[in-house]
Design a protein around this ligand. Structure first.
Ligand code: PLP
Length: 389
């Protein structure tokens, strides 16, 4: 080697594309909600890989499911049937009342599929002019050119023009009066905007959006990539609001740490996709699906009750901390608006052994769904000391 590479950090900085502004921490291993860096320093993980490791790091049941499947067959093309893919689709449909599932590898792809389904369904039903997808200002739906177009935050768009046409972002309150509903194929919402700063939509606004969709035969699409799979204390966040969406996209926590996205198709759109209309080489990968079955089968009423309880405790706890202006979110998706800059708090928390996230100007917590009470309380106390200081 002509050049001496001294550390993983230097290697990463030299060879990995500069898209992530990493903290100076290298995670080596962990168990549940506790991880360790290369020097053996312990951290409590309140970020769970941005809502991915639903049952923490290297959780035993997930590991066993994945390893068992790796020993049987790690991949098969979608030309053949595999058990985990079919089983997971059945479980998702039975738990939601949706009718069919398209599997892919990420949240952005799950939204891409949702958008394709909405466009095809309405082109056939209402004609070729009915293609507009309405999304909400401050939303986040992914980073492909189409899901960037769906994302209602201009700063993500600036460098990548032209984006896919046919998208329009509006304020939530504007939806009920949108003109030309005959040209709108679907409305895509997050019940709680995650990347937008853990901003919940008001229940009345959600009800009005759903009513507008129903009145005008527009498809109601819910992005459950961040809010899904138990995160908010229900299996999917739309279940808090009595919605019956036509399309639900999800990813992140579903795979528990392996890449997996899913687009759930309701009654009206269940037959929209036909042979060759859509596909993904890795979609429904047996290892990812085996891990997801282990995750989904453990998100039961007991666990969801605990998620709600821990979320309520976090809200009450941080609501009383001096320096906190507001606490938002549901279940274990919590945003804390602080007087001190959120980024400063996150940096200080790392030094003191807690990993957490930011979302816009808030400190964001997305701990594992099964984080033990004592670990949660220990982390909350440390975070409190960073917020107060
Ligand atoms: N939709 C929402 C609501 C998200 O929060 C994210 C990612 O943060 C995405 C879509 C994109 O998911 P992915 O990064 O897996 O493509």
């Amino acid at each position: 080697m002509s050049e001496q590479i001294h550390s993983i950090r230097e290697t990463d900085q030299k060879y990995v594309a500069n898209t992530y502004n990493r903290f100076p921490v290298q995670i080596e291993r962990g168990s549940g909600s506790v991880v360790f860096d290369e020097n053996g320093k312990r951290y409590i993980d309140l970020g769970s890989g941005i809502g991915v490791t639903a049952f923490g790091v290297a959780d035993t049941q997930w590991q066993e499911a994945v390893i068992r499947q790796v020993g049987q067959v790690q991949h098969m093309s979608n030309l053949y049937y595999t058990r985990p893919c079919a089983e997971l689709a059945r479980m998702l449909c039975e738990r939601t009342g949706m009718k069919k599932v398209f599997f892919c590898n990420s949240g952005a792809e799950a939204n891409e599929c949702a958008i394709k389904v909405a466009r095809k369904y309405q082109a056939e039903k209402k004609g070729p002019d009915c293609y507009t997808i309405v999304t909400l200002n401050n939303s986040f739906h992914g980073r492909t050119l189409t899901t960037l177009a769906a994302t209602g935050q201009d700063h993500y768009h600036e460098l990548f023009q032209p984006l896919t046409p046919g998208f329009r972002s509006v304020d939530p309150g504007e939806v009920e009066n949108l003109p030309e509903p005959e040209k709108i194929a679907g409305i895509l919402i997050e019940c709680i905007q995650g990347e937008g700063g853990v901003v919940p939509l008001a229940a009345e606004t959600i009800a009005k959006i759903a009513a507008y969709c129903k009145r005008n035969e527009i498809l109601l699409m819910v992005d459950e990539v961040q809010t899904g799979n138990g995160r908010t204390g229900k299996l999917y966040s739309y279940m808090h609001f009595g919605l019956e969406p036509d399309i639900v996209s999800t990813a992140k926590g579903l795979g528990g740490g392996l890449p997996l996205g899913a687009t759930l198709l309701g009654e009206r759109v269940q037959h929209t996709l036909g042979y060759g209309d859509h596909g993904s080489t890795f979609g429904g990968n047996p290892v990812s699906c085996a891990g997801a079955i282990s995750v989904l089968s453990r998100i039961d009423e007991d666990l969801l009750g605990e998620v709600r309880e821990k979320g309520a405790w976090l809200k009450e706890y941080f609501g009383k901390v001096p320096g906190v202006e507001d606490v938002t979110g549901m279940g274990l998706m919590v945003g804390i608006k602080t007087q001190k800059p959120a980024a400063e708090i996150v940096r200080e928390a790392i030094e003191k052994g807690v990993l957490c996230l930011t979302a816009k100007d808030k400190v964001r917590l997305l701990p594992a769904l099964n984080i033990p009470w004592d670990v949660l309380k220990e982390a909350a106390e440390i975070l409190k000391s960073c917020i107060e200081a």
